[in-house]
Design a protein around this ligand. Sequence first.
Ligand code: SF4
Length: 507
Amino acid sequence: MNIVSFDNNKMVNYTILDCYTDEPSGLGVPPYIGTYPRYIYGKLISKGYNVTYLSIDDVRLLKKYGNKQPVITEKQRSRIDVINTTKNSEDIVKILENTKKLVVVLGVHTPGKYLSAIPGTLREVQTLVEDIKCEKILTGPAASEFGTQLEGGRKSEAPNKEIWDAIDKNYFDVETFEKIDKYAASGAKLLEQLNFVENRIVELETGSGCYRDIGCSFCVEANKPTSFREQKSVVEETKALMGFGAKHFRLGKQTCIYSYKNGDATELEKLLKPLSELKPLTLHIDNANPARVTKEITELIVKYCTSGNIAAFGVESFDENVVEINNLNSTPETTMKAIKIINEIGAERGENGLPKFLPGINILFGLEGETKKTHEENISYLKRILEEDMLIRRINIRKVVAYPGTELHKRVGDKYVKKNSKYYWKWRNQIRQEIDYEMLRKLVPKDTILRGVVAEVYDGKTTFGRQIGTYPLIVGIKGRLELQKTYDVRITGHMLRSLVGEVNRKV
Ligand code: SF4
């Protein structure tokens, strides 16, 4: 680990450049605001430094567009590379000139598709910061041994050591819960520098590591010992964040919320109850291991969280052979049981128009042992879910990235991705056509009113928006609505994975 060498001169200007992060546990791509920049900010201001927060969109706007938002015509899409600028955008030239230490937060370990943001790649960011004259520190997931990769199925990128003065995921020494407890609440002040803070969702951390002794073959969290953050610290941070205008939260930075404090329901209630008493507009969870799902904890989640909530199950494969070879966390039958429990307790429709709490399923292409039979098994289980009249909120399909350091990387690397990639479009499409579409129609029937949809981007004469929460459904609405405003939307139709709607009411 690097020893933090803070400059003793308190007038040193630090600039945190958020290029966004996406990991198995923890999302920091807008509208999410991740933990890394907040904790670093908290620590630096506690030590008395001047700290400015910039997004990669600010720097792209400066370098690609001369710091003027490009005008988009009615035929064009929103420029999502520069849509998430901060309040500091106008002063960026001065800020960069005065920066003594540039702290770049970057790294994608679970590549996804993003509606209204583009995380930076190392290649892009290194080009953008190369000529900025100051000390440059690379931190966040990209500074770990796993590197970063924005596209599934590709090799991970490693930093160019010539550009960086330091490359360290934990450069600022804010990874242990002891340190996080000290600085997280102060980090809430960073929110002052964001635009549209009321529409951001704040990722909250409750634990780290995985409870399994030997983890899943592909996972960068595997083999990290578990530790849990105390409830008081999470609640104090949430209070501080609400004081700076945050209204939406996700307990997303942990590998399995059902495993909080070793799966002790009383301990989880001590976390969820005070959080719900703060009355945030959104309180959602993220990852859950189907093998850890219990009725008792599911009831607590439904009771204290807000509707539209999802337990994202890292199923990865319904092929028992692949499950075994890759030491995945749950067998297909265990997953089916967990889906049933959550449906029985959470499927009732809640205030925002969606079922209160449902499972979501992650499928990974390219794991060791994958054959055509793997896809057949996936389809067969997914069809069974439909036939048994259970609901799942979304199926997330990704191509695996064999990050260096993982078992998968050691054993087969991207061999299976290469071997089977000729099938992936067909496999994915079959799931989309035969499962997703049917599921979506059951989940959000025509005329459902979805409340609190934020208009995020334009594509020609259509506006795309989402509710704020975990894995929100995308709704296409005819016409160009004012962006970052909130609408109640009546659903009029279904696409394969998204909805069509019309404004019922501007909120
Ligand atoms: S259960 Fe598997 S995927 Fe989940 S954190 Fe542990 S090793 Fe990673």
